[in-house]
Design a protein around this ligand. Structure first.
Ligand SMILES: Cc1cc2nc3c(=O)[nH]c(=O)nc-3n(C[C@H](O)[C@H](O)[C@H](O)COP(=O)(O)O)c2cc1C
Length: 327
């Protein structure tokens, strides 16, 4: 660690953030990360409780198909997950993925009745989530997945009112958010994950227009996530500046200087740390207590996080000496 790193004042990371009736104890968010663990089984609950125990302010549970709610993911099972995270002092939201139609499905493959099914799926899921005590939900509209494809003029070749003009390409995301807002209380948080400048042929101004509309529809926090490590991590700033809504910035925010500058310059309100918190869930506690030398820094090797994910194995970290948070 250099002297500059050691003397960096990180206190801005540890100021509380109030949104509606939820107060986050600090600005650090666990972004959604598929773990290949059962989120309502002992393993999954322990994983998320451990992340909360490490000090993050908000835990966003991994992308979860809306089709699983109401049956497999009962309110009672979800409540155990929610309570475990709340007990450790963090707020909890969950990322919701549209009904799975198969990974190769594109917007033009989706029928009008499928669109209705997607919207209904979200409505059922969010009702269960609110009942189970979640603080919020996050539709997954990022990273080139289905909802993001609807927004992209290159991926969306529909000829109906869900394709073509920008207003049409916004329609599905907006209707999902409007549908969620109709189902939940005013205090329940709606986050939305979006990728600006996805290589799908839209501009930052298109993203800004979309975010303004989503905020009008009831989104409370925008989670702005670049599609890959190659893109700059601060696409959040133009959204924050143009729309003024609360924004999460992500990508390599375990670089403490980057995280501090992002918040100090008002480029975002919250920062999310993904792989860094898999490597060391105690990162927030250790940094807040100045125990910087004790932080197990993420090596960005992607071996057992992304690597295990793509092999269908439980996500881990090469640096875990002993069985990690979920074991
Ligand atoms: C194992 C793994 C699983 C992920 N799963 C999801 C997911 O379910 N939904 C999502 O939007 N992003 C997912 N991501 C992306 C992360 O949320 C985050 O945006 C990304 O890791 C960049 O942050 P970082 O540099 O702090 O790791 C995943 C990342 C990893 C490493």
């Amino acid at each position: 660690m250099t002297q500059a790193q050691a003397s960096l004042d990180c206190s801005v990371l540890f100021t509380p953030f109030r949104i509606k009736s939820v107060t986050l104890r600090n600005r650090i968010v666990v972004p959604p990360m598929v773990t290949n663990r059962d989120i309502v089984g002992p393993d999954g609950i322990q994983w998320y409780a451990r992340l909360a125990q490490g000090g993050a302010g908000l835990v966003i549970v991994e992308a979860t198909s809306v089709g699983r709610f109401g049956s497999e993911l009962s309110e009672g099972k979800l409540r155990q997950l929610v309570d475990a995270v709340h007990r450790e002092g963090a707020a909890i939201a969950i990322q919701l993925f549209p009904v799975t139609f198969g990974s190769s499905v594109a917007p033009h493959d989706i029928s009008r009745s499928d669109i209705e099914k997607i919207k209904k799926g979200y409505a059922v899921a969010v009702r269960e989530c609110q009942e189970a005590g979640f603080d919020g939900v996050e539709p997954h509209g990022a990273h080139g997945f289905l909802l993001n494809q609807f927004f992209s003029p290159l991926r969306n070749s529909r000829k109906d009112d869900y394709g073509g003009a920008l207003a049409n390409r916004m329609r599905l995301g907006r209707e999902i958010v409007q549908g969620i807002r109709n189902e939940v209380s005013d205090e329940f948080l709606i986050l939305y994950r979006h990728t600006p400048c996805e290589d799908g042929g839209y501009t930052i101004d298109d993203s800004i227009a979309f975010v303004k509309a989503l905020v009008d529809d009831g989104v409370d926090i925008m989670d702005i996530s670049p599609a890959s490590d190659k893109e700059p991590g601060d696409l959040a700033a133009p959204i924050k500046q143009a729309v003024g809504c609360p924004v999460i910035a992500v990508n390599d925010m375990d670089d403490r200087e980057r995280a501090v500058v992002t918040l100090q310059d008002n480029r975002a309100d919250l920062i999310a740390i993904g792989r860094g918190l898999i490597a060391d869930p105690e990162w927030p506690k250790k940094v807040s207590e100045g125990r910087l030398g004790e932080v197990v820094e993420c090596l960005k090797c992607n071996e057992k996080c992304h690597g295990n994910l793509s092999k269908g194995l439980p996500v881990e970290c090469v640096q875990w000496e002993n069985p990690g948070p979920g074991e």
